[in-house]
Design a protein around this ligand. Structure first.
Ligand code: PNS
Length: 161
């Protein structure tokens, strides 16, 4: 079974990697798809986010890293893959994720969204919080892989906010 794990990944954290690792063990292929978001103020470009994902998942064999713009349903159709994975960290994620899953199913009835519950050790993590800590030069080594830690340090040294 092939699954799509979509997201902003700005940048990938140990929370994302927990989901990716567990998907990789259970599914034949995991397509990690980076949203080329026009609205969000991203710290990393799509190319940088893809690079960080590639480096962070290089030990996993059944991973494809891709990007998409527009609707996730259109992308899923184009990819010929109708199973989406989303991580659930806490109840607070649930309302938005339900809305997303239901609206996506409305526009693509065959689309199935599977929720994977985050491991407890990373369930508090988010890219936004990691970026905030990094922006104040705080300790992030236990939240992101080494390559991401270095990239964040470099970004904020150059004045990204
Ligand atoms: O990592 P994120 O930011 O929580 O991921 C959100 C994502 C990329 C899954 C979602 O924003 C998305 O699918 N965006 C593409 C546009 C779309 O299809 N929106 C849903 C219907 S309005």
């Amino acid at each position: 079974m092939r699954v799509i794990y979509p997201g902003s990944f700005d940048p990938v954290t140990n929370g994302h990697l927990d989901i990716i690792q567990r998907c990789s063990e259970r599914f034949d292929q995991v397509i990690i798809s980076v949203l080329k978001n026009t609205k969000k103020n991203s710290v990393f470009t799509v190319e940088e986010r893809i690079h960080l994902l590639k480096e962070s998942t290089k030990d996993l064999k059944n991973i494809e890293i891709d990007s998409f713009s527009g609707l996730l349903t259109d992308y899923s159709r184009k990819k010929g893959c109708s199973t989406i994975i989303r991580g659930l960290r806490a109840v607070s994620d649930f309302e938005y994720e339900m809305q997303l899953a239901l609206i996506n199913r409305k526009t693509y009835p065959d689309l199935e969204t599977l929720f994977m519950v985050s491991s407890t050790g990373v369930s508090f993590l988010s890219s936004s919080l990691v970026k905030e800590i990094a922006s104040f030069n705080g300790e992030i080594s236990c939240f992101v892989p080494k390559v991401v830690e270095e990239a964040l340090r470099e970004k904020f040294k150059r004045g990204a906010r």
